[in-house]
Design a protein around this ligand. Structure first.
Ligand SMILES: Nc1ncnc2c1ncn2[C@@H]1O[C@H](COP(=O)(O)OP(=O)(O)O)[C@@H](O)[C@H]1O
Ligand SMILES: [Mg+2]
Length: 476
């Protein structure tokens, strides 16, 4: 049991558990530290090189000057006046071929430390060596041969302490040792501040989104519009909330409307049964009631089936079975099915589809679409009128058209016609058995086929419903 919290406590020190703010700062400071270290290293090594180079050149210049002032008489070496012009801090030693020291300075370095360099000089070559004195000080010594007529007659040593160079480098190291941590500290503070500033709108977004429950989708984040990343995020959230809000409202409305529509036939059935049960009745009377009840049940069945279609369509679970569908044949078939109804209402039903029009579509759904449109037209046209179905090609579209010479639709209703449960004349439509879902389903069918549906009407003269379906190249 104790393991879990302890592991969490350890994990919280790792970057994955850090806030973005801390992680950003950490990365930023780590990168800066790397850059500062690399820069300091470069500075230190290049300064150290040039200081040591300068030391070596001083020694070389001094050695050359001294060489010129060495006087040789009978193999005897002697230094001239130049000794006085030596740079302060330089120490000089001169040996003749017998190994005798002619001139000496303080401090002395042991000859053994220079053995290699002296051997080089005896062979006629210059050599530089670094020697450590007993007090721990490091000295740089140039060992150079003294020649007379091409023969080496002695060895000259010029040395300077490396102390000054070391002190300068130590000062630099100290400065960097202070400056780098201070810079990193400042950068951490600055980084946290900047990250805070950049991320505080995100905190605001989080708080708002948290406040928004499923019940209160009316809230918006409402950041002032800005084209930056956070501004875009907030805007995206607001757009999404707007869509969700509208979808929720639609859903609520849909459920309320559906319940209302279902309650009416149930109330009718209940009423009919109650009346029938009030007293004993004849068999025909019961049969009459049962027929009415059956009619209402049928109406409910249709309504529920429409509701199911729409809700499955909303959930994206209603799939089309695509096949080549001949719209001209479809028009003829629907006309055949609806002719009895048209005749019963004293209407003329005609088909205008001469050329073949084939689309890739769902035969059953397209049939449902056309049946709905023709059914509406027949219901909304007074007897003596005419309803015609046309199938044709128009530009890149296959077109299905149902027109009637009926009562038409007032212009203010046209934009809402395809909404669910929308009816121009509620009482009339209900009497005809409609719930206002037919055109909503038609629109969905047209849309899932990649097409659209349009309504045009002149009140008193008639209406025309036009379905445009894309003429796809068939894959078979
Ligand atoms: N051809 C038409 N002529 C006049 N009004 C129509 C026509 N087709 C549809 N409408 C109107 O549009 C409404 C919606 O139609 P629809 O969605 O099929 O519902 P329903 O047929 O169940 O009433 C109908 O109630 C009717 O008022
Ligand atoms: Mg209808």
């Amino acid at each position: 049991m104790t393991l879990v919290p302890r592991r969490r406590a350890i994990l919280s020190f790792w970057p994955p558990a850090f806030t973005i703010r801390a992680r950003l700062t950490l990365w930023y400071v780590a990168l800066l530290a790397l850059i500062l270290l690399a820069f300091s290293g470069f500075l230190y090594t290049s300064l150290s090189h040039s200081l040591y180079d300068a030391l070596d050149s001083t020694l070389a210049i001094e050695a050359r000057q001294l060489q010129q002032s060495i006087e040789i008489e009978n193999k005897q070496l002697r230094l001239g006046e130049q000794m006085n012009q030596l740079t302060p801090g330089s120490v000089v030693a001169l040996y003749d071929s017998s190994g005798q020291t002619l001139l000496d300075g303080v401090p002395r370095w042991s000859a053994s430390a220079l053995a290699g360099a002296i051997r080089q000089a005896a062979n006629g070559h210059d050599d530089l060596a670094t020697v450590r004195l007993q007090n721990g000080e490091q000295w740089r010594v140039l060992v150079t041969p003294v020649r007379d007529n091409g023969r080496t007659v002695g060895v000259l040593e010029v040395g300077r302490s490396e102390h000054e160079v070391e002190a300068a480098l130590e000062r630099l190291l100290l400065l960097m040792g202070i400056a780098v941590p201070v810079t990193l500290l400042l950068a951490t503070g600055g980084g946290l501040f900047l990250a805070d500033r950049a991320l505080s709108p995100i905190d605001r977004i989080t708080r708002t989104v948290r406040r928004i429950g499923a019940e209160d989708l009316s809230q918006r984040i409402g950041l002032p519009p800005s084209p930056d990343e956070v501004g875009r995020l907030a805007e995206t959230f607001d757009v999404m909330l707007e869509r969700l809000d509208r979808a929720f409202q639609r859903q609520r409305q849909f459920t309320a409307d559906a319940s209302h529509e279902l309650r009416t036939p149930l109330a009718i059935i209940g009423g009919q049964i109650d009346v029938a049960l009030q007293r004993r009745r004849r068999a025909e009377e019961y049969a009459e009631v049962l027929r009415d009840v059956r009619a209402e049940a049928e109406r409910m069945r249709e309504l529920v089936s429409d509701l199911l279609t729409l809700s499955r369509a909303d959930a994206g679970r209603e799939r089309l079975t695509l096949e080549p569908v001949s719209l001209d044949e479809l028009a003829a078939e629907v006309a055949g099915q609806m002719t009895p109804l048209a005749l019963a209402r004293g209407l003329q039903l005609e088909v205008d589809a001469t050329a073949p029009v084939v689309v890739s579509g769902d035969q059953t759904r397209l049939m449902q679409l056309l049946l709905n449109l023709v059914d509406n037209a027949l219901k909304c046209t007074p007897s003596g009128g005419r309803v015609s179905i046309a199938a044709k090609k128009q530009d890149a579209w296959a077109v299905l058209q149902v027109s009637d010479t009926g009562m038409g639709i007032p212009a203010e209703h046209l934009p809402h016609l395809f909404e669910r449960f929308y009816r121009v004349d509620k009482a009339r439509s209900r009497a005809e058995g409609g719930a206002g879902l037919g055109l909503a389903i038609c629109e969905w069918i047209a849309h899932t086929h990649g097409g659209r549906i349009e309504a045009a009407s002149t009140p008193g003269r008639g209406s025309t419903f036009t379905v445009y379906l894309p003429m796809r190249k068939l894959p078979f």
